[in-house]
Every structure is written in structure tokens, then in C-alpha cells.
Design a protein around this ligand. Structure first.
Ligand SMILES: Nc1ncnc2c1ncn2[C@@H]1O[C@H](COP(=O)(O)OP(=O)(O)O)[C@@H](O)[C@H]1O
Ligand SMILES: [Mg+2]
Length: 300
């Protein structure tokens, strides 16, 4: 069933369906491995993906960190953008943000070269544009700018040729920063926690994406809905995932991220889980997510 480079982890293993021996994944579709991405001969221009959900604690930052590291591990050049004043992405990648220049400085002066602010992480092939609490002032400062929704797009245009993929870790709101992320992006990835009320607010998020498509960024695509914090042992988790599949159909990614305490542990260590515990099912799940997005054409 599975292809090279794939690993069926306990959290992603489905049930057998009788005589035909088809293994179903947690989304109810036949389980498939995704092939190891082929090495790239040349790099860029980047496809930009915004990780977006106005609900906090759904796994946006965790997914940005671990998807970014997984794609870098497959030889992609990756830029991760911390677009949340909480700076959790920066912290999770071990980048200190006190008294350093951040994405905020680039938003305020779009003539600046982003390369002066980008820093390398410990993960080879993965760079970051950090953020800190300064970013919380951005919405107020930018509200009177001309073309205020396209500021991030203008910043990223300058470095797009350096990377294969740029991931934007959005803050939990649908304000001007998130609209900037959606305007800059080619695709959007929606992490959804497999918990009560997972779908609450998602209609508003989809509406916001539709508005941005209508007015600012006609080409934006939904790259996928990612179920996170899935616990196959609870009926509740399985029911929520069923509901999500009913709502989004094939846009629900086949890769599902299981719930595990390894994530908080990895965050504290300032490392992606793919480095902190590479053999853990959760690390394998993010590697599979990276392969699935390459297989779907969302990433080169
Ligand atoms: N699959 C998971 N299992 C268990 N805990 C998780 C998982 N993904 C994320 N977490 C934890 O949940 C909290 C919120 O995740 P985070 O990625 O910061 O969400 P968001 O960026 O959407 O607010 C963090 O403490 C994180 O370590
Ligand atoms: Mg976050």
C-alpha cells in the first residue's frame, strides 16, 4: 500500500475494510502514501501559502514550523514568516526577537531590503522573518496607507526568487494583517482542531477568503484544510473529522495530525518536532503533509 518514504503511524492508520483489504485513512478515503519529492534543479520563485484561522490554538504555528522544516528537509528553500505579534513562530524556531529588526520594520518601510531582516534558523534551508510585539501596532500604523492590504505582498515580491515556498503564520484574527497575508498568498491552508466548535467561525474565514479573492487577489486558492489534534481513540474526534469532511470534501488533506504532548515539548526546546523527535509519529505526519502538498502541486 505505502510508497517509499512513507510511514504509517499509529495516528494515521485507518481500519481495514474486509476482503478487499483497502486501508482507509482517517478522512475515510483509501490510505495512500505520497512519494518522496524529487530534488529541485533550480529554486524559486516561491509559492506563498498563508496558514490561517482566526481561532487561536488550532495548530497554525505548530504546522508552520513543522511543515517548513519538513519541506526544507526535502531540499526546498523555505522562508517562514512570523505574522503574529506573539512571536510564537520565532520562539518555536529558537529565534530571539528582543531588540532585533522584524517584519514590522519591513511593513513600515517597504523600500527596505527584506534580506537585512531575514535570519537563518538552525534548520538547513529554512529562514525566518521574525516578529515581536511591535507588530501589534501595525494595524493602527498601516490603516491610512495607500494600498494598505498589499504591503506584505510588496515586501515578499523582493525575496520570492530566493525561495521555493514561503509560509505565513497568521495571527488569530481576520484583521488587516491577515488580509495582507491573504493578499500576498497564492494559497491558503486552514488548520482545524478536531474539537468541539472546530467549524464555528470557519464560514466567516471562508467569506473573508472569498472577499479577498473578489477584490484583491483573484488567484488565491484553498490549498487544503488540515485536521489537527486528532485523537483516533475518541468518538468525538472522529465525529468532528467526519463533519469537516462533509463540509470541505476533497479539500480536506488526507494527512491528519494526531494529538500528542510532543508538540509542547518541542516548542519549549525551540526546535521543530522533525528535529526534536524525528521518529515520532507526529514528525512523520508533518513529513507526510509536506509530501502530500508537493503531490497536490501546492509546493514545487
Ligand atoms: N497535534 C498537537 N497535539 C497536541 N498539542 C498540540 C498539537 N499541535 C499544537 N499543539 C499545542 O497546542 C498549542 C496551540 O498550538 P499553536 O500551533 O500555537 O496554535 P495557533 O498558532 O493556531 O494558535 C501549543 O501549545 C502547541 O504546542
Ligand atoms: Mg500561532
Amino acid at each position: 500500500m505505502t510508497k517509499a518514504g512513507d510511514s504509517v503511524s499509529a495516528s494515521t492508520k485507518g481500519k481495514k475494510t474486509g476482503a478487499d483489504e483497502v486501508i482507509l485513512g482517517p478522512t475515510g478515503r483509501p490510505y495512500q502514501g505520497f512519494p518522496t519529492p524529487k530534488p529541485l534543479d533550480s529554486h524559486g520563485p516561491a509559492r506563498i501559502i498563508a496558514l490561517c484561522n482566526q481561532k487561536g490554538g488550532v495548530g497554525k504555528t505548530t504546522t508552520t514550523i513543522n511543515l517548513a522544516a519538513s519541506l526544507a528537509g526535502y531540499g526546498r528553500r523555505v522562508l517562514a514568516i512570523d505574522f503574529d505579534p506573539q512571536g510564537a513562530l520565532s520562539a518555536g524556531l529558537g529565534i530571539q526577537t528582543h531588540d532585533v529588526e522584524t517584519i514590522y520594520d519591513l511593513l513600515l518601510d517597504t523600500k527596505r531590503n527584506p534580506r537585512e531582516v531575514i535570519v537563518e534558523t538552525r534548520v538547513e534551508g529554512l529562514d525566518i522573518l521574525p516578529a515581536n510585539i511591535d507588530l501589534s501596532a501595525a494595524e493602527v500604523h498601516l490603516v491610512n496607507e495607500v494600498a494598505r492590504e498589499t504591503i506584505l505582498a510588496r515586501v515578499l515580491r523582493k525575496v520570492a526568487s530566493d525561495y521555493d515556498v514561503i509560509l505565513i503564520d497568521c495571527q488569530p484574527s481576520l484583521g488587516l494583517l491577515t488580509v495582507n497575508a491573504l493578499t500576498a498568498a497564492h494559497g491558503v491552508l486552514i488548520p482545524l482542531e478536531c474539537e468541539f466548535f472546530a467549524l464555528r467561525g470557519v464560514a466567516l474565514l471562508v467569506e473573508t477568503i472569498d472577499k479577498v479573492r473578489d477584490r484583491l487577489n483573484p488567484a488565491i486558492e484553498l490549498d487544503g484544510v488540515l485536521a489537527t489534534m486528532y485523537d483516533p481513540r475518541t468518538l468525538h474526534s472522529r465525529e468532528v473529522l467526519e463533519r469537516v469532511v462533509e463540509a470541505f470534501g476533497d479539500d480536506v488533506l488526507e494527512t491528519v495530525i494526531g494529538r500528542t504532548v510532543k508538540f509542547p515539548d518541542a516548542s519549549v526546546s525551540g526546535m521543530p518536532i522533525t528535529e526534536f523527535a524525528p521518529e515520532h509519529a507526529a514528525a512523520q505526519a508533518y513529513l507526510r503533509l509536506a509530501r502530500e502538498l508537493v503531490a497536490r502541486g501546492a509546493v514545487a
